[in-house]
Design a protein. Structure first.
Length: 345
């Protein structure tokens, strides 16, 4: 008997952290070997705030992925309190910036330059609304009084809903949603609002991270929530709704930075991302919806053509390596040492 195989349009990853320097060179090919395009997050230190910085970063990514010459990094601008609307419009017109990223100040890794006052960047958001440039949002409030597990739900109420009321035509991607609240909110909005969902948030809940010993490699932001939220995310991803698409939020940190008294947030899921998503869709009896989520809904939202190539996955088990990379940059990948059901051909 030959193993089951599925073939789909090549997917894209609509949310990726590739880092820079040696780490970039170590991790970038894992994304480029699976995905046609990737939305590149701008949270470098210092962040990618200008067209010139983004253009130079894109060149470094292209150099790091030269074995995959068809791979296209799509760049994003990091919004700050002081970014000028003209800079964004210029970068978008020149084909450098595909989108702009909103980090509430200090919400996640390298986000201290993020936005502290939404109203302060309204001129920027109005310009984006005007030219149809998507706003990508890390949707968590950062107020110290708000419980970490409630930060996404409170963001919807206090920031996202008022923003969409003021900017009804703005295209917004609610990135890496982790709650039923966010899935329901996105589903209830117009076609200009969509969301990415990570592979890990479809598989893990907060017990996986905290029960039986703390698992630092499953710590990320937004943090995994309770089981009812995981189930709601699976329902949204596999529903066939064009509002939900693939974004791994792969975010590599060296093992030492994760296994620490103050461990960094981030899960490195790039090496086997498409296999993990495929497994999730198969488990939910929704393999027929995988191509929409992974390869069609994203380009439709971003007004880009779908990829010409196809990829195939075969139902053959494989073991995720215990570690990836070398020396100081050794990383523990998502599901290190575990067995996956599918393999990218
Ligand atoms: N979450 N880690 C990182 C970013 C994401 O919020 C995110 O997009 C990172 O390390 O850059 C993380 O846990
Ligand atoms: Zn984020
Ligand atoms: Zn991210």
């Amino acid at each position: 008997m030959t193993a089951q195989t599925i073939t789909i349009t090549q997917p894209d990853d609509w949310h990726v952290h590739l880092r820079d320097g040696d780490m970039l060179n170590q991790v970038a090919e894992y994304t480029a070997r699976q995905f046609g395009r990737a939305i590149i997050m701008p949270n470098l230190a210092p962040p990618v705030t200008t067209t010139a910085l983004a253009s130079a970063y894109r060149d470094r990514i292209l150099a790091a992925t030269s074995d995959y010459p068809d791979f296209q990094p799509l760049m994003t601008a990091y919004l700050t309190d002081s970014i000028a609307p003209e800079e964004l419009v210029k970068g978008h017109e020149q084909g450098v910036f595909t989108a702009a990223k909103l980090y509430p100040a200090n919400a996640t890794t390298n986000s201290s330059f993020g936005v502290s006052d939404m109203k302060g960047i309204y001129p920027v958001l109005e310009a984006m609304q005007e030219i149809g440039m998507p706003l990508l949002v890390h949707g968590e409030v950062v107020d110290s009084e708000i419980d970490i597990f409630d930060r996404e739900a409170v963001f919807i109420e206090t920031i996202m809903a008022p923003l969409l009321k003021d900017m009804p035509e703005l295209k917004v991607v609610f990135e890496h949603i982790t709650t039923k609240d966010a899935a329901d909110f996105v589903a209830s909005q117009g076609d200009n609002i969509a969301a990415t969902i990570t592979a890990h948030h479809l598989q893990i809940n907060r017990n996986d991270m905290l029960v039986g010993g703390i698992k630092p490699h499953l710590y990320c932001l937004p943090v995994a929530k309770r089981e009812l939220h995981r189930l709601a995310l699976r329902k949204a991803a596999t529903s066939g709704s064009k509002k939900f698409f693939l974004g791994t939020d792969t975010a590599p940190h060296a093992i030492g930075a994760k296994e620490s008294a103050c461990g960094c947030a981030g899960i490195f899921s790039a090496p086997h991302a498409i296999e993990v998503y495929t497994q999730v869709f198969e488990e939910d009896g929704a393999l027929d919806q995988l191509e929409k989520f992974a390869s069609l809904n994203g380009p439709a939202f971003y007004d880009l053509p779908v990829n010409q190539k196809q990829i195939s996955l075969v139902k053959e088990s494989q073991q995720v390596p215990a570690t990836i990379g070398e020396g100081d940059l050794t990383i523990s990948p998502y599901q290190a040492g575990e067995i996956l059901a599918w393999r990218l051909v």
